[in-house]
Design a protein around this ligand. Structure first.
Ligand SMILES: [Zn+2]
Length: 360
């Protein structure tokens, strides 16, 4: 099953977009906080829970440097309550909190009241990485040749709360991963995965798109065909978040990877056997080719880059965790892979590469 190939998008969507949605929107300039070397503290994965609505954060916050992109309480109101934000009594009551963080905790607790487990996860997500899980406003998505898709807001509660648990667990993993990268990096990491909004929805009578990313926000489908396990969701999230960072770095992939990408496509076209050594992941489009090289999928270099970002995360995560590689690392393939690997590591990840040296 491919990860994102059936993902459709409206015109403002960055990643995984349809051919008619190929343009990359002008986002605000990058305000990504440079992640500097963290103090010597162990990364804690344990999330302690709290049942108190506006009590102290229920989990240990990240050991990474304090971010500069914290969400404003007004933004949290909108993502949590959308159209009802202005007059919902719970929202109004939370405005008594003077500090934004306390007010946002109050808002999260109010939104998830009635589902203690979901509330704990949402509060833990915010405490750990500053991200707020809310809902997507109702919309009609233009799915191009797939037709129109009706998206309705649906909070990840009750029968759907597992999706929020997966998102929170994924962010714990990212936090541990980037903390370790920052610990060994000689240059600042320039990759924002914190302080995002997650907007949950359900696609009516459809199972696509599974997710899409735009403007420091990830929209997530509780009915998404690919959102079936913690691991699948973690990897889909990394891919989507990469699109956000790629755009925020002035469309980095279009500048830095285009020559490499074009040369590969010129050589191979869509032939699977030829592309195989260059594909950052095994993700395939049904009836097509590797997702990273699938034509008519927006500006395909964006997808090559997002899959490359995912592979960087996968291989380095495995190396950090001491896991055995099932096959040689991506960088150990053709010279094009090595160049792309070094480029992405340098641009986003402080030049760190923890993967094993290639046996040449
Ligand atoms: Zn994508």
């Amino acid at each position: 099953m491919h990860r994102v190939a059936l993902t459709v998008a409206v015109g403002v969507v960055l990643g995984c977009s349809t051919p008619e949605a190929a343009s990359v929107p002008a986002l605000r300039p990058s305000t990504t906080a440079a992640i500097t070397a963290a103090p010597a503290a162990s990364v804690t994965g344990a999330i302690r829970s709290s049942t108190s609505a506006s009590a102290a954060p229920p989990s240990t916050a990240t050991v990474l440097a304090a971010p500069t992109d914290r969400l404003a309480a007004s933004a949290a109101e909108e993502v949590l309550f959308v159209g009802a934000a202005a007059k919902d009594p719970a929202v109004v009551a939370c405005r008594n909190e003077r500090e934004d963080e306390a007010r946002i905790r109050c808002l999260i607790a109010a939104r998830y009241a009635g589902d203690a487990a979901a509330s704990r996860d949402a509060l833990a997500l915010y405490a750990r990485v500053g991200s707020v899980a809310g809902v997507l406003p109702e919309e009609e998505m233009d799915g191009g040749f797939r037709g129109r898709i009706h998206l309705v807001p649906e909070a990840p509660m009750g029968a759907e709360r597992r999706h929020l648990a997966w998102i929170t667990a994924a962010n714990d993993d990212f936090d541990a991963f980037f903390t370790e990268l920052a610990r060994v990096a000689k240059a600042p990491l320039r990759y924002r995965f914190r302080d995002l909004t997650y907007r949950f929805f359900r696609s009516v009578k459809r199972t696509t798109p599974s997710a899409y990313a735009v403007g420091w926000s990830v929209a997530y489908n509780v009915a998404g065909s690919l959102n079936t396990s913690a691991e699948a969701v973690r990897e889909t999230l990394f891919h989507e978040i990469f699109h956000l960072d790629d755009a925020a770095h002035d469309d980095w992939s279009a500048r830095a990877l285009r020559p490499t990408f074009d040369a590969i496509v010129l050589r191979c076209g869509t032939r699977v056997a030829c592309l195989s050594p260059y594909a950052p992941s095994d993700t395939m489009v049904r009836g097509g080719t590797y997702y990273a090289f699938q034509p008519n999928n927006g500006d395909a270099v964006h997808e090559y880059a997002a899959e490359l970002g995912l592979r960087y995360y996968r291989d380095n995560r495995a190396a950090i965790r001491g896991e055995a590689f099932k096959k040689p690392g991506f960088k150990c393939g053709p010279p094009e892979n090595q160049r792309a690997w070094e480029a992405i590591a340098g641009e986003f990840f402080g030049g760190v590469d923890r993967t094993p040296i290639c046996a040449r």
